[in-house]
Structures are given as structure tokens and as C-alpha cells.
Ligand binder design. Structure first.
Ligand SMILES: *Cc1c(COP(=O)(O)O)cnc(C)c1O
Length: 449
């Protein structure tokens, strides 16, 4: 068998899965290299202690978050989202896909996370807080045992105004980092790719954030941001492609989800497997959550990445083993999708390599399917999300009728007792008129099909 590196990109283009991807067909990849959790962890330099450290830091910041973001008051400064049962959507999807969908489907509503309305309110905000803490503690202005609500003061804002934070983004990461950084008093620059929606740039500018716009895609916006930050020692560049800090901010979600499942009387064990479908852009958000979920549930959780057919960066990176050495453009795919949160052509090498033995698979979804499911979710459950957030919804249909995958993992007898979670990654801050357009596009497509 040829090793990955012996196969050229030209040879990969004749691989059946890559051919489907190039044809922009919806496709599913099941990872042939999964290892039992304990064995996979031997290849990974990160541990549960890293996630616990991040969770403890977010605890310390709760009094501050509660004070400056009143919408978090009810949760005492915890930035968390609801987990919802969506039986009407599950029924409607059974008709939509024309198949039985057994087990129970739930929706994790990161679309409704406070502060920035997307999954980026986990990792993005966490990395800004981490940086602020490290600067303030470094000069003795703050100590770990303090009440962090003291950060909401002219003294601290003055202190942070000497430092800059920079980031490259398709929109939502910029939104999270811009809002959080500006609130603390940092000077902040957000490098936006062409995919970024106008309302996100407008909102950031209204908060005093320096928004720099590019005509090109995400990878270039990141590269430019990185380059500009490099010459400035007072500038911290938040590296969406490689940041372990961001990753840990996302991973904290898992233990909180575990608590929500317990509160909902949902069991997760070998006879009650949990499947989680995560919309994936560069990989940090879904990768961090998946890593946390494996730490929390071990081999009883099965995680899948979901990507647009026009941006299957992680699927191609994982399947070829080339990770960040290959982009979708390299195989002739355009990276143009309505799912702006997922419009990434080159995956994070750090995430792909970290999860290569833990992730169960990846699948692609067309823009049309995302629109149609967006409208279906609005009609059946009155939950409104952006197109990217619907990418994971098809997961339940992809996984439970794949006999080969189920047999390989001994799951075939447990599908009626399984729980499926679609991770709804964004949307509550989308302006009403824009959401209405998404919805109408979905309704129109459903009428045709
Ligand atoms: C950023 C984003 C994702 C994926 O996160 P990555 O870290 O880029 O993989 C998914 N959904 C939405 C709405 C996003 O904004």
C-alpha cells in the first residue's frame, strides 16, 4: 500500500471520494484510522488538565462577564447555550430524506450563545480573556484570586489600550474577538475575508474596531493579519489555524453539555451511543469541541465534521493525510458557499493531525440543503439559524443507514437508543431582513424539489 506521501495530488484526483468532492456531490467519509480513545490519546500532546485549566479561567472571569454583558446575568456570567429537543424537525427530516430516523435528535443552540451569537463566543472570547489575564497578572495589576469585575474600570481599559489584538476571519471570529477586545479596552484589528457579511463589519466599526477588508478568501486574510502583527511586539495575533488556546476554549463546551444531558435524563454509554455533528470551517471550533467530547465520553461519543460541498477542506485534508498541505483550490474546488462561517479552503493542520485517530468522519452538504433545512427548522421548531449552522443537521441521516460503519464499530444494535446532536453554530445576531432572505431561499428550493 502506498503511504500518503507517495501518492501525488494528481493520483488523489482519481480517488472515488475526491472525485465526488470535485464533482461537488454530497459525500461522506468514514475514518478508517480511528483508534480506541485511550490509544488515540497516546498520540496527542494535549490532556484533560489543559481543558480544566481553560474552564477554571472562564470561572474566574464570570463576575466580569456578568457585569459587562447583562445578557449573561441569568447564568451568572457563564457563556453557555441551550440544548433543545427538536422532535418536529426530526419527523420533518424523515420525510425530507425519505428514511426512518431512529434515536433522538437534539440541537445544541450555539446560535444563541450570548455576546456574539455563534460558536466563536467560546474559543474567540476565551483567547482574548486568556491574553488579558496574562498581561494584567504579568504587571501585578491583577491576581488570580481577585474578583475580576475590577477589570471593568478606567484603570484596566487604559492599561489594555497599550496593546493590540489582531485576527483574520470570515466574520464570526472577528465579531467575537472584536466585541470582547473592545470591551476590555484593547486596540483591535480584524482582517475580514470577502465572505464576511456587511452587517458584521458595520457592527464592529460601531464599536471602534479597525476592520480591514480583503477581496480574497479566508487564508489570505489570515496571512495578511499575521504579517501585520509580526512587526509589532505589543500585538497579539489570534491564530485561528494553529491556536491551542482557542481550541481549549471550545473544548470546555463538552463538560457543560454532559451536565445538560444528565439534566435532560439522557444516558450516554455503550448501549446509548452519542453522535455529534459539527459544522467545520478551519477546524478549531468543531475540533476543540470534539476533543472535549472524547475526554468527557470516551468511546461512547462519535463525532463528525460537516462542510459545504464547495469547501470540503477538512474532509480532503483528513482523507488524503495531507492536512494543511492541500487546499480545495488545489483540486479545483472554488470555496464559494453561502455558508460564510465555513468558507475555508485550507484546513488547520494542527486540528487534523490532533484528531486523525479520534474523529469518526466528515461529510459534505450542498448550499441548497442548508437553505432547505434552515427553512424546515424555522417552520417546525421556530428556531432560526444561519446557513452554516445547518451543515450538521444531515448527519443523523448519513450515519444511521451506513451498515458498514455501524458494524465496524459494533453500533448496529444501538441505533434506536442513540442520541444525535446537531451543533447549531450561529445565527441569532443575523439581522431580520437577512434572515428572511435565507428563509425565503429555503422555501423556494423546497417548493421546487
Ligand atoms: C466558525 C464557524 C464554524 C466552524 O468553526 P471553525 O473553527 O472555523 O472550524 C461553524 N459555524 C459557524 C457559524 C462559524 O462561524
Amino acid at each position: 500500500m502506498p503511504t500518503y506521501s507517495e501518492k501525488t495530488l494528481q493520483e488523489w484526483k482519481t480517488d472515488p471520494l475526491i472525485r465526488d468532492a470535485i464533482a461537488l456531490d454530497e459525500t461522506t467519509w468514514f475514518n478508517p484510522d480511528t483508534l480506541p480513545f485511550a490509544d488515540a490519546m497516546k498520540h496527542i500532546a494535549l490532556s484533560k488538565a489543559d481543558v480544566e485549566d481553560a474552564a477554571a479561567r472562564l470561572e474566574r472571569f464570570r463576575p466580569y462577564i456578568e457585569k459587562v454583558f447583562p445578557e449573561t446575568q441569568r447564568a451568572q456570567g457563564l457563556i453557555e447555550s441551550p440544548l433543545r429537543r427538536i422532535p418536529n424537525m426530526q419527523n420533518a427530516m424523515a420525510s425530507y430524506f425519505n428514511m426512518t430516523l431512529s434515536g433522538e435528535l437534539l440541537l445544541k443552540c450555539d446560535s444563541h450563545l450570548p455576546i456574539s451569537g455563534s460558536i466563536k463566543a467560546r474559543g474567540g472570547i476565551y483567547e482574548v480573556l486568556n491574553h488579558a489575564e496574562s498581561l494584567a497578572c504579568g504587571t501585578g495589576l491583577l491576581s488570580l484570586s481577585d474578583d475580576y469585575s475590577k477589570l471593568d474600570s478606567a484603570t484596566f481599559r487604559q492599561f489594555f489600550s497599550n496593546y493590540t489584538i489582531a485576527v483574520g476571519s470570515t466574520g464570526n471570529l472577528g465579531l467575537s474577538i472584536g466585541i470582547m477586545s473592545a470591551q476590555l479596552g484593547f486596540s483591535v484589528s480584524v482582517h475580514m475575508s470577502a465572505d464576511a457579511r456587511q452587517w458584521k463589519k458595520d457592527m464592529l466599526r460601531s464599536k471602534g474596531v479597525n476592520v480591514i477588508e480583503y477581496d480574497s478568501d479566508y487564508s489570505l486574510a489570515v496571512a495578511e493579519g499575521r504579517k501585520q502583527a509580526k512587526g509589532d511586539p505589543s500585538c497579539h495575533f489570534i491564530d485561528d489555524e494553529n491556536s491551542i488556546t482557542l481550541f481549549m476554549g471550545y473544548a470546555v463546551a463538552a463538560d457543560r453539555l454532559k451536565k445538560q444531558l444528565t439534566e435532560a435524563n439522557i444516558t450516554v454509554d455503550a448501549e446509548h451511543p452519542l453522535f455529534v455533528y459539527l459544522p467545520c470551517g478551519v477546524g478549531g471550533g468543531p475540533g476543540g469541541v470534539a476533543f472535549g467530547l472524547k475526554l468527557a465520553f470516551g468511546d461512547n461519543v462519535h463525532c463528525f465534521f460537516a462542510e459545504p460541498t464547495h469547501s470540503p477542506a477538512m474532509l480532503i485534508g483528513l482523507h488524503t493525510g495531507l492536512h494543511d498541505a492541500v487546499s480545495v483550490q488545489d483540486v479545483g474546488i472554488d470555496n464559494r458557499t453561502v455558508a460564510d462561517g465555513l468558507a475555508v479552503g485550507r484546513p488547520s493542520g494542527f486540528v487534523g493531525k490532533t484528531l486523525q485517530h479520534l474523529i469518526d468522519g466528515a461529510f459534505t452538504v450542498s448550499d441548497e440543503t442548508m437553505f432547505e433545512l434552515l427553512a424546515l427548522l424555522a417552520d417546525t421548531e421556530d428556531i432560526w439559524m444561519e446557513p452554516s449552522a445547518l451543515a450538521g443537521m444531515s448527519g443523523i441521516a448519513r450515519v444511521q443507514h451506513n451498515e458498514e460503519y455501524l458494524h465496524l464499530h459494533g453500533l448496529q444494535d444501538y441505533m434506536t437508543t442513540a442520541t444525535h446532536i446537531a451543533w447549531g453554530t450561529g445565527g441569532s445576531m443575523v439581522p431580520r431582513e437577512e434572515m428572511q432572505k435565507y428563509y425565503e431561499a429555503g422555501c423556494k428550493l423546497r417548493d421546487i424539489s
